[in-house]
Design a protein around this ligand. Sequence first.
Ligand code: KDG
Length: 317
Amino acid sequence: MDVVTLGESMVLFTPETNGYMRHADKYSSGIAGAESNLAIGLSRLGHQVSWISRLGDDEFGRKVLTFIRGEGVDTSHVHFDDASPTGLYFKEKLTEEETHVYYYRKNSAASNMTVSDLNEEHISKAKYLYLTGITPALSESCYETVKHAIAIARKHQLTIVFDPNLRLKLWSEERARNILLELVSLVDIVLPGIDEGKFLFHEATPEKIAENFYNQGAKLTVVKLGAEGAYYYSAQEAGYVAGPLVKDVVDPVGAGDGFAAGLISGLLEKTSVKEAVKRGAYTGALVVKVKGDVEGLPEKERLKNFMNETNTNDVYR
Ligand code: KDG
């Protein structure tokens, strides 16, 4: 197993027309969830990934499981819960540029995850553990589960990658800041968006933000800068990586998970850090060109061609 991850996935409904959702009468449905997006991304790039979760013992739970398993992700440690439902998630598009998301996930099956959902032997077989700041925001028991996963990973020397994925619809600013900073101090690699860095450290520049993550304990920090690419920083090296020029952004949600998949794929294949960051930026760019959180995630050959053929956004020349 290359990577193990843990988190909630939901059925995603998207209205077929733009505008307030109160007027929508037709929806398309898919699945979403930051960690399963990452798992699917890595699987498409040829890696072995396990996604751990709880789903409601209902039709939506089966839809989520069937989709993720169909993508080649190991779901042998996903449990069905007959007492609580699978979470739902709606993505309203007011205009082509303005997206709003609505969660129906309070008391969902995944929010009831506990440390009993974790199997030490299973986790110990992976090289990387991937976590996001969404899971600890779901409930106290999910927060404990995340910390327990970190303890297992540290015991067995997995590299822990953490995306703060700040979701202020799920918790208060104060609790989010305290817990995200605590978790950052327990992991190896952090992948914040620039706004998350600003939120956590009240700093504006990628350099200052990365320095703060370093002081907090992160060995490698990659600050995602949207269309402009990313800035990476470790004790050994630092620098900017330009992203590709993308003119046709269709749906920005899921870009960060694609970024993480590309980056971890590079690290698994032992590319340079700079090359891994570039893979991350290019994978994220492919996600935003397609509607849905996972539909745009590339297979290996496609990513390679896209990286060879697409000009970079030359902001760092
Ligand atoms: O990163 C994309 C996620 O935000 C989306 O897939 C839904 O997991 C999700 C969440 O909690 O927002």
